[in-house]
Ligand binder design. Structure first.
Ligand code: HH2
Length: 283
């Protein structure tokens, strides 16, 4: 298959560099929120957030993904001023203390702009450039962007997720957003595609997406997957507490690495680095 965005082993841009030559990379999750499903409240304090971000870098994270608005099922939208107030000081300090690219996990262009101004080097948009202003911003700043699929919105997305063919529909959606990105002037090699595990999907939908994740990885763009500690892992293992879902997460990470996923987004960086290193070596 043609490989429009996926061919370079090293993605270099003015704000950072991602070297895929040894295989899959880890994006560490840093939620500066009171209400994230897994680490809500742990890193609302600025010093605690910065320390955790730097610890993940020390453990081997290739990207630190800072989010200030929870997108867990049922979560209500947050005002952008508050999102900026939470995220920006942490991004500023992290970007001064590490060369690892910091990504901003937001769907709001004004939040992404403030984060990029503070030193973030990438954008993680769970609405896949729904807003034109976000597409313009990413093009203008020449930064990589993750395009994630979501059916509905966090407040209601788990009420009745419905698909005829979940894999085909999610791929179709992402490829449309790729064309939107290109139309706005974003180069194809700056695009990462993510099926959005748990975002308007039942357990069966999530399993199908993971089972066929190689189809995403073969589209010609870098593929990113975030299944870490999610509800689907609790459903499969019976583990209620997200902190107890580390081994279940490890299974998804091993599977994704073996199926050519380029980046896994995880909370437990130290443990998942071991999984990634071993599977990368076996491959
Ligand atoms: N999942 C979450 C948030 N952002 N971004 C991408 N690209 N892919 C994902 O799967 C993804 C994401 C949800 O996880 P988390 O950030 O831990 O929780 P919360 O949204 O409650 O803060």
């Amino acid at each position: 298959m043609e490989s429009p965005g996926n061919s370079a082993m090293v993605l270099r841009w003015s704000g950072g560099c991602l070297d895929f030559s040894r295989g899959c990379l880890i994006m560490g999750v840093l939620n500066v929120t009171p209400d994230s499903f897994s680490d809500g409240g742990l890193y609302l304090d600025e010093d605690a957030a910065v320390a955790h971000g730097l610890a993940m870098v020390e453990q081997g994270a290739a990207i630190v993904d800072v989010g200030a608005e929870s997108t867990r099922p049922g979560a209500q939208a947050l005002a952008s001023e508050e999102e900026i107030r939470r995220a920006v000081p942490v991004i500023k300090r992290l970007s001064e203390q590490t060369r690892v690219p910091i990504s901003i996990d937001t769907r709001k262009p004004e939040v992404a702009r403030a984060a990029l101004d503070a030193g973030a080097a990438m954008v993680n948009d769970v609405t896949a450039l729904e807003q034109d202003a976000m597409a313009s911003l990413v093009a203008e700043r020449e930064v990589p962007v993750c395009l994630m699929h979501m059916q509905g919105r966090p407040a209601t997305m788990q009420e009745a997720p419905r698909y005829q063919d979940v894999v085909a529909e999610v791929i179709g959606f992402l490829l449309k957003r790729v064309e939107k990105a290109v139309h706005f002037g974003i180069p194809r090699d700056h695009l990462l595609l993510d099926p959005g595990i748990g975002f308007g999907k039942t357990l069966e939908h999530n399993i199908l997406l993971l089972r066929h994740i190689d189809r995403f990885a073969r589209l010609g763009y870098r593929c990113l997957v975030g299944a870490s500690r999610k509800h689907m892992i609790g459903q499969l293992t019976g583990k209620e507490d997200p902190a107890d879902r580390v081994f279940g997460t490890a299974a998804t990470v091993a599977h994704c690495v073996a199926k050519d996923v380029s980046i896994v987004r995880v909370h437990d960086v130290d443990a998942m680095m071991d999984v990634v290193k071993v599977i990368n070596a076996i491959r």
